[in-house]
Each structure stands twice: as structure tokens, then as C-alpha cells.
Design a binder for this molecule. Structure first.
Ligand SMILES: Nc1ncnc2c1ncn2[C@@H]1O[C@H](COP(=O)(O)OP(=O)(O)OP(=O)(O)O)[C@@H](O)[C@H]1O
Ligand SMILES: Nc1nc2c(ncn2[C@H]2C[C@H](O)[C@@H](COP(=O)(O)OP(=O)(O)O)O2)c(=O)[nH]1
Ligand SMILES: [Mg+2]
Length: 180
């Protein structure tokens, strides 16, 4: 689904050696990706930076980012499972009320971890410390989206991004488990 060439950044360890990379074939899930989107209320409330900060601090890698006015057709596909819900029209109205910031984050178990970072769908039940638990009060204005399964993430990423818009890069921070 994503490009196979990985952009290399020289990593200097300790006394300045460049450490050679081991294969990551032994670490399934290491390159897992998920779709996260700052919803229109998050953009309006200037929360883009705060939300990106939480994913970066956790150690995930941003591999795709764009701001867009989401077309209704895209949202209809994205929320296809909610089409029959009574709140569906208001959900589409909300999601088209302003620009959205769509992102793809990569890392070990990023789908599950993102859902934990984001918190419960209903902010009233979202734990303090989570994005929704700290920054929102109502389910219909819950500031952020995160895919809820690996399969769903793959589908959503291909819906929101062309593969050429995703950058395969490698860093050299202490969270870089490619070097384990
Ligand atoms: N009862 C509700 N009333 C109003 N809006 C709702 C309600 N339930 C869900 N929503 C909206 O629809 C979105 C999608 O619902 P879903 O059940 O997929 O929750 P989610 O997976 O936590 O959210 P998202 O898919 O946006 O990450 C919610 O994030 C929320 O904005
Ligand atoms: N108004 C309203 N909106 C709802 C309801 N259930 C879900 N939504 C909205 C908010 C969710 O973030 C969005 C997507 O639903 P989801 O995928 O089940 O939840 P989540 O993945 O956002 O946590 O739909 C709901 O019951 N009422
Ligand atoms: Mg959902």
C-alpha cells in the first residue's frame, strides 16, 4: 500500500558511528499506520499543534499530512458504517463545516495506541489525559478522528491519501525500534 523505498537519515550514535540498520522483518506491526484527522472544531479551536504534539511525544512518526475541505463523497465513504444512524446528517454537516487536517502516523501498534491517546468517542466518558478527555465536552464535537482497526486504517488511508503523498522515512531517536 505504501512505497517501499525508505528515506534514510544518517544516525550518529555515541562516538559518532553510523550504526547499520537491521532488518525490521522480525518486528511485524512496526510499520503499522493509522489515519488521524483533526476535525473542523479542532481546526477552529487552534488545536492542530496540540494534537500533533501528543502523537510526536508518544514517539510515532508522521508520514503524511494535509489540510483539506473534505468532500461529502469522501466522508460518505469514510463514515459508511454510520449511514443509518440518526446523527449521520449532522455528522456530515459538522465534518464539512470547515477544513480538516488529515494525517497518517506510523509506529508499533499505532492503531491501538492512537485510540487510547484519543479517548472514548463520547468525551464525557473519555479519560482525563486523552485528547477528547482533555479538549472536548460533546460527542458531536469531539475534535479528532482515529481509525479503530488495522483493516479500517488501511481502508481510510487509501481513501484520504494517494500513496505518493506518504513519505517513508526513518529517524534516529530513542524510540526507533528498527535498531533493537
Ligand atoms: N451519539 C452521537 N451523537 C453525535 N455524534 C456522534 C455520536 N456518536 C458518534 N458521533 C460522531 O460520529 C463520529 C464517529 O463515530 P464513531 O462511532 O466512529 O466514533 P469514533 O470511532 O470514536 O470516532 P471517529 O470515527 O471520528 O474517530 C464520532 O467521532 C462523533 O463525532
Ligand atoms: N451526534 C452523534 N454523533 C456520533 C454518535 N456516534 C458517533 N458519532 C460521531 C462521533 C464520532 O467521532 C464519529 C465516528 O463514530 P465512530 O467511528 O463510531 O467513533 P470514533 O471512531 O470517532 O470514536 O461519529 C452519536 O450517537 N451521535
Ligand atoms: Mg470511528
Amino acid at each position: 500500500m505504501w512505497s517501499s523505498t525508505r528515506t534514510s537519515v544518517s544516525c550518529f550514535w555515541g562516538q559518532g558511528q553510523v550504526r547499520s540498520r537491521s532488518s525490521n522483518a522480525d518486528f511485524p506491526g512496526i510499520k503499522e499506520r493509522t489515519l488521524v484527522a483533526v476535525k473542523p472544531d479542532g481546526v477552529q479551536r487552534r488545536l492542530i499543534g496540540e494534537i500533533i504534539k501528543r502523537f510526536e511525544q508518544r514517539g510515532f512518526r508522521l508520514v503524511g499530512l494535509k489540510m483539506l475541505q473534505a468532500p461529502e463523497k469522501l466522508l460518505a465513504q469514510h463514515y459508511v458504517s454510520l449511514q443509518k444512524k440518526p446523527f449521520y446528517p449532522s455528522l456530515l454537516h459538522y465534518m464539512t463545516s470547515g477544513p480538516v487536517v488529515a494525517m497518517v502516523w506510523e509506529g508499533h501498534n499505532v492503531v491501538r495506541s492512537s485510540r487510547m491517546l484519543v479517548g472514548d468517542t463520547d468525551p464525557a466518558g473519555a479519560a482525563p489525559g486523552t485528547i477528547r478527555g482533555d479538549l472536548s465536552v460533546h460527542i458531536s464535537r469531539n475534535v479528532v478522528h482515529a481509525s479503530d482497526s488495522v483493516q479500517g486504517a488501511e481502508k481510510e488511508i487509501s481513501l484520504w491519501f494517494q500513496s505518493a503523498e506518504l513519505i517513508d522515512w526513518e529517524g534516529c531517536d530513542h524510540n526507533n525500534i528498527y535498531h533493537l
